[in-house]
Design a protein around this ligand. Sequence first.
Ligand code: SAM
Length: 235
Amino acid sequence: MEQIIREGLAAMGIPATPDQVRTMAEYGELLLRANETTNLTAIREPDAAARLHFLDSAALVALADFSAGKAVADVGSGAGFPGVPLRVLRPGIRLTCLDSVGKKMDFVRESCAVLGMEDVRCLWGRAEELPQLRESFDVVTSRAVAELHLLAELCLPLAKVGGLFLAMKNPDCDQEAARGDFAVRTMGGRVREIRRYDIPGADVTHAVVVIEKIKPTPPQYPRRWAQIKKKPLLG
Ligand code: SAM
């Protein structure tokens, strides 16, 4: 894993120290080992994990300000993606990983502690049920959690006005972005752009919908998940 991560980051133009590359590879090894007994990820093969978890997550560093002190929330973080690789590459961020499945957050908390990242906050809960976190993050990230017209209501309430929401998507996400536009605007957001990038060696292109939070989310949002699904904001 270490070599693929090192070479991949170099090909993507993302500087990383040997320690950072090693930490990512060690996290990957902890993940694949834990995955033998606990279902944490569908990617079970080390080379694929290096590319599809670590390099894919790392692509976000170029898309937002992850400088020291920035508060970052990774919603539906699962086994820690994209949040943990971002924390490795940008150690000054204040990262909160959040997931509705407790065992996933246990894995992230324990693995981060083993690798000296005790500062990573891991919360077990649903994004739409955490009013104490409202409008408190400079950057919110999310990968493979829900379609944008639903996801916007989970993630944008957590972003500060002036902050960004980076929604990682498949490259053919234009229709999904268009369908999600009303929900994004209702939450106080505005789609700035869709950025596409290649993952070295993986023969796949991924995309990120970059959304700015331009005004506060109205107080009636987010709703409960049952309501979000029953009455999605489709305009
Ligand atoms: N982001 C990780 C990745 O890309 O590897 C995990 C993706 S996994 C397919 C989706 C995750 O989102 C699951 O771990 C699930 O528990 C979590 N999730 C779904 N809805 C959520 C919600 N409303 N709040 C928090 N987590 C949620």
